[in-house]
Write a protein that binds this ligand. Structure first.
Ligand code: RIB
Length: 295
């Protein structure tokens, strides 16, 4: 592909309220933390920004509330060079918010969805042209499942590949599994999926992200492969999975080579954990190419 890949992300937009602490409070306990900052976040928005920084032409389909967070998060997309025309501002609703506690380099997250709940099939019908002009579609589960299912149907009819990052995990309808191109669960999400889904339906579709242990995937012939991760100086893992997904779809849309796209996405994710904030450490293409040279 000579031109930039066109990536459409249908997903969540949140403001992240990030507190760092040495000690996580037990129930009923108050502890003194170290710092507090707000960062742009939301799995959908993070994945869109990751793809835009890596050279994709990105369109974000999502919703924010009618508040200061919504206004500033929309502006962020423009600053990142992503298309924000398909982001709806929902009247009288608040923007999605994620409360994040970072301790010992790892995170705990609670999401209050706010406007993200209003991404419905009806609203998506209004954005159909924009969705269908993409080379690949990326979704997560911080928006209603009906919206995910609607988009998967639409993409399937028009032969557009769809990648779903099944996070936070929820039951996935069989019709969605059958039509999706790839699913990118982490180990926990995969084990939940395996309990409820017939293994034959997901064969050849799973790209399992396993942190430091790399990424495992199964070819359609059943052969399993693991692509190792890159060493990193970990400061904050928030958004590492999102960086992986944004990078994977960008590279896969360009080259149609799963293995190469996973290697590229692994390198991008390893860079993303070296700075604080979900989008803070997301790299540009040159940095990823440089990191790949150390292997
Ligand atoms: O994956 C990290 C993201 O999850 C955060 O940015 C937060 O908003 C939650 O959606």
């Amino acid at each position: 592909m000579k031109r930039n890949p066109r990536v459409c992300v249908v997903g969540s937009i949140n403001m992240d309220m990030v507190t760092t602490t040495d000690k996580i409070p037990a129930q009923g306990e108050t502890v003194m933390g170290e710092s507090f900052t707000t960062y742009p976040g939301g799995k959908g928005a993070n994945q869109a920004v990751a793809a835009a920084r890596l050279g994709a032409d990105v369109v974000m389909v999502g919703a924010v509330g009618e508040d200061a967070f919504g206004k500033s998060l929309k502006e962020r997309f423009r600053e990142e060079g992503a298309n924000d025309e398909a982001i709806t501002t929902v009247p009288y609703e608040s923007t999605g918010v994620a409360t994040i506690i970072i301790s010992d380099g790892d995170n705990r997250i609670i999401v209050a969805p706010g406007a993200n709940k209003y991404i419905t099939p009806e609203r998506l019908k209004e954005k159909e042209d924009i969705i269908l002009s993409s080379d690949i579609i990326l979704m997560q589960f911080e928006i209603p499942m009906e919206a995910v299912a609607h988009t998967v149907d639409l993409a399937y009819k028009h032969d557009i590949p769809v990648v779903i990052n099944p996070a936070p995990f929820t039951d996935i309808p069989e019709s969605v599994i059958k039509k999706v191109t790839f699913l990118t669960p982490n180990e926990l999400e995969l084990s939940e999926m395996e309990q409820s889904i017939d293994a034959s339906l997901i064969k050849g579709k799973i790209i399992e992200t396993r942190g430091e242990q790399g990424v495992a995937f199964m070819l359609t012939n059943g052969e399993k492969k693991t692509i190792p991760s890159f060493p990193a100086q970990v400061k904050d893992t928030t958004g590492a999975g999102d960086t992986f997904n944004g990078a994977f779809v960008t590279e896969y849309a360009k080259e149609k080579d799963i293995e190469k796209a996973i290697q590229f996405a692994n390198a991008a994710a390893s860079l993303s954990v070296e700075k604080i904030g979900a989008q803070g450490g997301m790299p540009e293409r040159e940095a990823v190419v440089k990191r790949m040279e150390i292997k």
